[in-house]
Design a protein around this ligand. Structure first.
Ligand SMILES: *[C@@H]1O[C@H](CO)[C@@H](O)[C@H](O)[C@H]1NC(C)=O
Length: 346
């Protein structure tokens, strides 16, 4: 027979274990989570589509924006003047990644690589909390030399990623609102601009033609051909366990699944989708993960993310497999590797 004290100790240990599991793994959160299929809502709890349409038409929206980032562009740059731009590439970069930016300028970011299409490339950087640092001085030199950097006065940190992304959206909306497509990319990506443009051109042509049952003929659906938000689409659930870099509390997001969202490494949006997402974001509460935030805004704005298998959110192995059709591949944080692979396939 166990002594009374031992039984008590066992109970104590068991209870502690259960309670820590409940909180650590987030079982409580899983139990209390809401079902996204039931009717998704996320603040502001209004239909944002008419508000977007109002703003696109230059009318005052009936509700005032709730989410406007109070940051400024520190560099003025005129990338989209002159020739109509087919593709604007917005690269989210970290201040200290000089070598990656150089490698991108030498490979997929070379602006006059293609004969027929006009491509422009810009890097988006935040700042450090030390405005006079050696790092900032080096970035200042780079800005003067290349004239392809937009620096924004927020402190660059992982959980500030949404700020960088949405400020890049703002830049595109304010200073380059007539490009046909916009590619958002991280600075550790392999990109094939030629394959991307093949994909967008194909989308435009095929979406144009829609078979109409009533008239038994193909009709033209211009809205569809002009709407694109594509990349690697995830359908996943929030992490609830403590200690996860991606843990999200129920207060922050109460639903059991994320809306479909496109991996942040690289994605392409068409002109009118860029505007819908940017204007829509003003009415959607900030969320610190940028890819999920855009998924939420897209859902509320009525934009459906499109899965494109040629966007790899991991590093597609090489040289064992072909990069012939790859549009984007993640994990190129070694500039030499990027240059080698890119030269081989382009
Ligand atoms: C994000 O940027 C803001 C504005 O610069 C800053 O106050 C905040 O500390 C930054 N967040 C992190 C996690 O560094």
């Amino acid at each position: 027979m166990m002594g009374r004290r031992r039984v008590l100790t066992y109970y104590l240990i068991l209870t502690t274990l259960v309670i820590s599991l409940y909180y650590y793994i987030g079982i409580g959160d899983y139990i209390n989570t809401l079902n996204i299929e039931d009717e998704f809502h996320y603040p502001l709890d209004v239909d944002i589509k008419p508000l977007i349409e109002d703003m696109k038409a230059g009318r005052e929206p009936s509700i005032a924006p709730i989410n406007v980032y109070p940051y400024n562009f520190m560099t003025t740059i005129d990338k989209c003047r002159g020739k109509p731009v087919d593709l604007l590439i917005l690269v989210k970069s970290a201040m200290e990644h000089f070598d990656l930016r150089t490698a991108i300028r030498d490979t997929w970011g070379k602006e006059n690589n293609l004969m027929d299409e006009t491509v422009r490339v810009l890097f988006f950087l935040g700042v450090t909390d030390e405005s006079n640092s050696a790092l900032q001085k080096k970035v200042d030199q780079e800005i003067t030399f290349y004239n392809d950097i937009v620096q924004i006065d927020f402190i660059d940190a992982y959980y500030n990623n949404t700020i960088k992304t949405m400020m890049a959206f703002r830049w595109a909306y304010d200073h380059c609102d007539e490009a046909r497509y916009y590619l958002f990319s991280d600075d550790d990506m392999y990109i094939s601009v030629a394959n991307l443009l093949d994909y967008t051109n194909f989308h435009e042509r095929s979406a144009y033609s829609v078979y109409d049952d009533a008239t038994k003929a193909n009709t033209v659906d211009t809205d569809k051909s002009k709407a694109l938000f594509a990349g690697f689409v995830f359908k996943s659930r929030p992490h609830r366990y403590l200690g996860s870099k991606w843990r999200v509390s129920l207060d922050e997001y109460p639903w059991n699944k994320w809306p479909p969202y496109v991996s942040a490494g690289a994605y392409v949006v068409s002109n009118n989708v860029l505007k819908s997402l940017y204007l829509g974001s003003m009415f959607v509460k900030h969320f610190r993960f940028d890819d999920i935030y855009l998924g939420i805004v897209a859902k509320k704005a009525g934009v459906t993310p499109v899965m494109c298998e040629e966007f790899y959110f991991y590093k597609k192995s090489h040289p064992m497999t072909s990069y012939k059709k790859v549009i984007a591949s993640h994990g190129f944080d070694d500039p030499k590797e990027l240059i080698t692979v890119w030269r081989h396939w382009n």
